[in-house]
Design a protein around this ligand. Structure first.
Ligand code: AMP
Ligand code: TRP
Length: 325
């Protein structure tokens, strides 16, 4: 039997190149090596303000785009977190073996508490505990994520150790799997590309809009005029070239940027052309899939059924270990 893999994505906004490069591509690459379970994590998404009437559509959109990107539902399990209520039950139990001081250390909590300072709530604080429940409910060993989530996986391991020590060996310690693109920066070249910030390139975004955004994106800040030589080492556009452009194109922009042989706009045109060439087939599939509501709902329902069965078995074991049965 293959080891289990678990990962999740929030249905909180359009899926962007950070998600694609940092997580999605890795999910797809690992499909055959593991028994892979992927969740659209709606319980996580409601820890910051959101529009309830948009949630179902966002869930379907996220489902369609991940499938369009190559997450084959025949070779993996895809489901919506809130359709398996054991996630919240286990979250409560894990909360009793999680130290408050550990949760207070979490970088994402600190960041989001600042960003959403008017609505900091207990769910946001317990977010990593729910994430730990997601993973261990299926006894997953592998968790492919972007670097921003590595700290949460480390905490999950700590929670597992504490649970196993208190109640007896029950869960394996999961391992984060980071891909080549660990942390993609947004168009400002400073902050992480993120759904809750206006700094993204969407995977389903119109090619014209992508090129327009790229043209305005921040490059080497010291390069003010086209005649100034640039430094690709500190240019976010150059970093992105590595994920989309050919070795000879990368070598060309690297060389020509340093001697002001080309301007930023030319470099961005090369990048834009390559991004669009890679994501166009995904967009075409997505355009077709997003209207097939029944097909998407059936995939999610089948995933949910399988996950409910696994979750029920795990929770029986957990309740027994806790003396609740
Ligand atoms: P989220 O959009 O927060 O639900 O994230 C879904 C997945 O994408 C997680 O594995 C994140 O670590 C990953 N991810 C999100 N933003 C980035 C980014 N800017 N760079 C790399 N990975 C990212
Ligand atoms: N917190 C993750 C993110 O925002 C999403 C997530 C929820 C997740 N549960 C998970 C990722 C379990 C990996 C495993 O990126």
């Amino acid at each position: 039997m293959k080891d289990k893999l678990f990962s999740g994505i929030q249905p909180s906004g359009d899926i962007h190149l950070g998600n694609y490069l940092g997580a999605l591509k890795n999910w797809i690459a690992l499909l055959d090596e593991y028994d892979a379970i992927f969740s659209i994590v709606d319980y996580h998404a409601i820890t910051v303000p959101y529009e309830a009437h948009e949630l179902q559509q966002r869930i379907l959109d996220a489902t369609a785009i991940v499938i369009a990107a190559g997450l084959d539902p025949e070779r993996s399990t895809l489901f919506v977190q809130s359709t398996v209520p054991e996630h919240t039950e286990l979250c409560w139990i894990l909360g009793t073996v999680t130290r408050i001081s550990d949760l207070e250390r979490m970088t994402q909590f600190k960041q989001k508490s600042q960003q959403f300072y008017q609505t900091v709530n207990m769910g946001l604080f317990a977010y990593p505990v729910l994430q730990a429940a997601d993973i261990i409910l299926y006894k997953a060993k592998a968790v492919p994520v972007g670097e921003d989530q590595a700290q949460h996986i480390e905490l999950c391991r700590e929670i597992v150790r504490k649970f196993n020590k208190t109640y007896g060996e029950t869960f394996p310690e999961p391992q984060a799997i980071l891909g080549e693109a660990k942390r993609i920066l947004g168009l400002d070249g400073q902050a992480k590309m993120s759904k809750t910030m206006d700094n993204t390139i969407g995977l389903a975004e119109d090619p014209k809009s992508i090129q327009k955004k790229l043209n305005k994106a921040v490059t080497d800040p010291a390069r003010v005029r086209k005649t100034d030589p640039g430094n690709p080492n500190i240019c976010n556009i150059f970093t992105l070239q590595h994920f989309f452009s050919t070795p000879s194109e990368i070598e060309y922009v690297d060389r020509e940027c340093r001697v002001a042989g080309i301007g930023c706009l030319e470099c961005k045109k090369i990048l834009g052309k390559n991004i669009i060439a890679e994501i166009l087939p995904i967009q075409e599939k997505y355009e077709n899939l997003k209207y097939q509501k029944k097909y998407l709902q059936d995939i999610l329902a089948a995933g949910s059924k399988r996950c409910q069965e696994i979750a029920a078995t795990t929770m029986e074991e957990v309740r027994e270990k806790l003396g609740m049965r």
